[in-house]
Write a protein that binds this ligand. Structure first.
Ligand SMILES: C[S@@+](CC[C@H](N)C(=O)[O-])C[C@H]1O[C@@H](n2cnc3c(N)ncnc32)[C@H](O)[C@@H]1O
Length: 217
């Protein structure tokens, strides 16, 4: 997608993807990763998700990456936080202790393996296939060897609607991530959120699928 697509969505308030509370799969699945509280956690394509505040409350040092200044400003305002805003390389960094949003392009992330973990919800699925491959390679380079990623994607019949969000079925997760990660699909019973997503997308079937990816050492 062209950046203008997303800037427009934020300007117009067309943010149906925003949950307004910490994501259920994050809250249920994150403890199973058994990460140290001190872990440095990347939240790519973060929007203004409450997941960042939840991760920070676990003691993690959180870095969100987001194109939109509107989303970045709204996150801090809605959480009653007053950030410092400073330029850093290709990014404008909005920061409070324990949490930064790097406002800019995810493809400018450093490739130094400096993150311990990644939370991807509505991020892989936000990107069209060509960008998705580049994105997966970018994440693999940002994560340290042995690092963990919790990946939350949607699957639905892609022929029934155009993305985003795009359908990311198990074979696509494999195609994107198997080169750099060991992939484990986590059990996740269908729930009310799937039904809501099916209605929101106007498709005949939709599921939310959860994966644990471990970066090859
Ligand atoms: C579908 S939303 C998901 C937001 C968030 N993960 C959530 O769960 O609410 C995708 C977000 O990615 C941002 N985005 C899209 N392309 C990006 C890029 N290349 N770099 C950084 N952010 C990007 C958009 O502005 C949008 O806020």
């Amino acid at each position: 997608m062209h950046p203008d697509f997303w800037h427009e969505r934020w300007q117009m308030g067309q943010i149906g993807f925003h949950e307004g509370k910490p994501n259920t799969d994050l809250v249920a699945g994150w403890p199973g990763l058994a990460l140290a509280a001190s872990a440095r956690v990347l939240v790519p394509l973060c929007g203004k998700t409450h997941d960042m505040a939840w991760l920070r409350a676990q003691g993690h040092s959180v870095v969100g990456v987001e194109l939109s200044a509107v989303a970045s400003e709204a996150f801090f305002r809605e959480h009653d936080l007053t950030p410092d805003v400073t330029p850093r390389g290709p990014y404008t960094v909005w920061s409070v202790p324990g949490l930064e949003i790097w406002q800019g392009d995810v493809f400018d992330l450093p490739t130094d393996g400096s993150f311990d973990a990644i939370w991807d919800r509505a991020a892989t699925v936000a990107l069209p296939p060509d960008l998705r491959r580049r994105y997966a390679a970018t994440l693999a380079r940002a994560l340290k060897p042995g690092g963990t990623m919790l990946l939350c994607v949607f699957d639905y019949p892609q022929a029934e609607r155009a993305g985003p969000p795009f359908a990311v079925p198990p074979e696509e997760v494999e195609a994107l991530y198997a080169a750099s990660f060991e992939i484990t699909r986590l059990a996740r019973p269908a729930d009310a959120a799937d039904e809501k997503e099916k209605t929101r997308l106007g498709v005949s079937r939709a599921s939310t699928d959860l994966y644990r990816l471990t970066r090859a050492g």
